[in-house]
Design a protein. Sequence first.
Length: 432
Amino acid sequence: MKKRGERHSRTRKQEQGSILMVGLFFLAFLLLLAFPLLFQLSNENKSAGRSHKATAAISLAEAGAERAIWELNHGDITSWSGGGSVWTMNISSFPTNDGQVIGDIGIQVDLLDEDFPVVESAGNVLYLSSLTVDRETRVVLERHDVSISLFDYGVFGEDGLELASNARIDSYDSSGEPYDPANPSMNGNVGTNATHLGCVYLNANASILGGVATGPESVPENIIITEPVSIISGAKQPLSSPKEMPLIIPPEGLTFMGDYILDNGGSDTISESGEYTNFRLSNSSTVTITSEVILYITGEFSMVSNTQLEIAEDANLTVYLGGSFVQESNTQINNLSMNPTSLLLLCTDSFTGDMEWNSNSDFWGAVYSPKANVVFNSSANFYGSVIGKYVDITSQANIHYDEALASLEIVPGSMGSFYTVLSWQEKIQPGE
């Protein structure tokens, strides 16, 4: 019986061993089948990961192209690197809304001075170690030149404006009837590209006989500040897009005249256009413009006490200011035609200091100062339009907007451009 039991035990162990071997062989067989599948899944996972990175890269490239087009139409591409016909911008570590870095963007705008500029934008996303997935878009644009109305508001301050107590803005149209103080028009509109609280500020008893426009996507009621007894007669609404503030470029070919200095008590006439380094009227002197004249003053324009700049009734004067504007008290700029469209003061992009208006006599004309603040200290009447970076109108000042200024079709140097898309395509990467 004992031997029989031993044989039975050995047989059972042999069967168990056989089953184990069969199981091991079966497991090995399954592993052999699984390896190719795991390898395939690994490759598919890598491919899916690369595809995801490629999608992110093309999204970055397209975002860069959109940025360039926006800058061309609404921003200032001259703040980018480069110059002339080629401008570039690099955006490193572009983040998501939750702060995670997606990748980098490189943008180049080429042929900007041509009719069909080209935007090339590349998106780079980190993939493995130092390897990146790169995608690039190429956009061909078409440039459209338009004449932009500089003076479509009575007062416009790009960064904001303030009316002191008892300051007033209304309107009239010099191409029709003269200004009637008893019956002014209600189109003395003001505006700003700003959206911060107080970007339009009316002190007590200030009045705007017209509407107020604030920066795009703002809520005017929430950011306009009006103190007691101040008035805004028209609508308050946001701009649909920022008001264009084109840079002023003086005409070429003006005769260089050096410095113009009129001595104390002197008088003179100017009938020809020219470029001056400095233009100074000394005490009690008078200069009269007798024809259609353009003056480009690269340095200081100054009028000391008791001086006069007169524009004859049948004359027109356009002054380009590139340096500074100094106007002391008791000075007069007399536009004898009383037509604001015949006297324009246009500041170039190099004019960045404040323009302080201190004259105590009535003025007929228009002031455009896109890079500098305008401080109107005079209590006299101003017939025309004031456009500046920030406009500060002091107490008792009266601005009578001349609606005829808005229809000036061509103001030298105010030509602007906007761009539309002709073609948009992804550039094929080498080896793909």
